[in-house]
Ligand binder design. Structure first.
Ligand code: DWN
Length: 419
């Protein structure tokens, strides 16, 4: 059942048609690259081997309102050996527990129900469902993480999800009452194939629940560093309604959640039950924010360039005063910031991170060394620049001793602040 990537495919292709509506109505409005893959952390011995740099240009579809990368990097380059582990964050574990309880209650799941998670990663969400009774199955292409999740009791197939894999899974494991996909659908180029896969794998009357970073939060919060090669699509409800219509699904509910800088949970089912077109406060909000025209996106680009000037000026001033500055959280977001802002070891001595996979590695592009979090108190730098701002509260709270000793945090989103 190996869904081997065709290694003869080019490493990167330019998008010509919009992925949700299919039209040739894409306009590029911002370039953050070229830069290395932001989750492409390096071992010491790789530092002299040279890294692949890929374009990181952002486009807007005038027809359906999708914000998308203008290029697609071949998935196996990014996902076969992956380092994102949601289970390492209390914020994410709590969020997935609440999500599983909400879905299990709303759709009356029992021990006979089957929940399948696309892009299940380390099984954090499925562990919550399993604790509530349903049978669970993960599908994730990261062979390293899928093997670990299976070892921890969450059976996980190391596959890229699509229609072919869905038919195989349906044959071997049966169809699902609920299919979930959190922070994965936005990572996949062929969304029509994904929705065909969901259709093949979903029981009659079943529901598909996707959770994605929300375009309104990204634009409003200036969250430029969540734009990187893994994240192909930046969804509005409007763009998702286009996708649903094009693939014989319908959206019957959508709500905002706080994770990853602001997300939306969107509920899909096979088309035919909505009596009226789906409209809710988010559809109205997007109209009020004028996200159906390119001006707000061009303004976002201007604000991003202004933020680059402001942060690099602050760090250079602090460095000139002899201050010691480090990064906190070796997040992909942080690697977008350091590569786009050109902030390297000349300004940041190192980055600390809680994930064992990442400790001892170097950040892609600027090659900043990554240490365990314990180094912060041992070394007592003056400032810690929080790259993982989506966990800023959790990070600041756990580092009260660092602040008691006079250490300060710098956050960048939604504004640059010293705490
Ligand atoms: O879609 C994705 C989003 C959801 O998360 C993936 N493409 C990749 C990932 O992006 P990221 O690398 O920016 O993920 P995180 O989870 O926001 O990165 C947080 C980093 O901070 C991790 O490396 C762990 C680290 N961390 C830490 O050192 N101490 C996190 C917490 C909470 C901490 O206390």
């Amino acid at each position: 059942m190996k869904n081997q990537a065709n290694l003869k495919e080019p490493e990167v292709i330019e998008l010509t048609n919009c992925r949700t509506c299919g039209e040739k109505t894409l306009t590029t409005f911002l370039s953050l690259g070229p830069m290395p893959i932001p989750n492409g952390f390096l071992k010491p011995e790789q530092l002299t081997e040279g890294e692949a740099y890929f374009p990181l240009d952002v486009a807007f579809c005038e027809n359906c309102g999708l914000m998308t990368l203008a290029h697609v990097v071949r998935p196996d380059i990014m996902f076969r050996n992956y380092v994102y582990i949601p289970g390492t964050s209390k914020t994410m574990v709590d969020h997935f527990r609440e999500m599983a309880e909400d879905i299990a209650e709303r759709f009356k799941l029992t021990k006979d129900s089957l929940v399948i998670d696309i892009g299940s990663n380390d099984g954090t969400l499925l562990k919550q469902f399993k604790a509530l009774g349903p049978k669970v199955l993960g599908i994730d292409p990261a062979e390293n993480i899928a093997a670990e999740a299976t070892r921890q009791g969450i059976e996980t197939l190391p596959e890229f999800f699509g229609e072919n894999v869905a038919h195989e899974v349906a044959k071997k494991k049966g169809q699902a009452d609920v299919i979930t996909g959190t922070n994965v659908i936005a990572h996949i180029d062929n969304l029509v194939d994904v929705m065909k896969g969901v259709n093949a794998l979903l029981k009659p009357g079943g529901v598909f629940i996707g959770e994605f970073p929300y375009l309104v939060d990204l634009i409003e919060g200036g969250e430029f560093d969540t734009i990187y090669h893994e994240h192909l699509s930046y969804f509005s409800i409007r763009s998702l309604l286009n996708l649903a219509k094009r693939t014989n699904f319908e959206i019957f509910d959508a709500k905002r959640t706080k994770v990853h800088g602001g997300s939306i949970q969107v509920y899909f089912r096979r088309a035919g039950q909505n009596k009226e077109p789906f409209v809710n406060e988010l559809v109205i909000l997007e109209k009020a924010k004028r996200l159906d025209i390119i001006e707000p996106f061009e303004d976002f680009a201007r604000r991003t360039l202004a933020r680059k000037e402001e942060l690099t000026k602050l760090l250079k001033e602090l460095k000139a005063q002899g201050k010691k500055i480090v990064g906190y959280g070796a997040a992909a977001k942080g690697n977008v910031l350091t590569n786009f802002f050109r902030i390297g070891p000349d300004l940041l001595d190192y980055v600390v991170d809680s994930i064992k996979y990442k400790q001892g590695l170097y950040t892609p592009g600027l090659h900043i060394p990554i240490y365990p979090e314990t180094k912060l108190l041992e070394d007592m730098p003056d400032y810690a620049l929080i790259f993982a701002w989506n966990f800023a509260d959790e990070i600041i709270e756990k580092n009260s001793e660092f602040r008691r000793r006079g250490g300060k945090f710098i956050t960048t989103i939604p504004s640059i602040r010293i705490i």
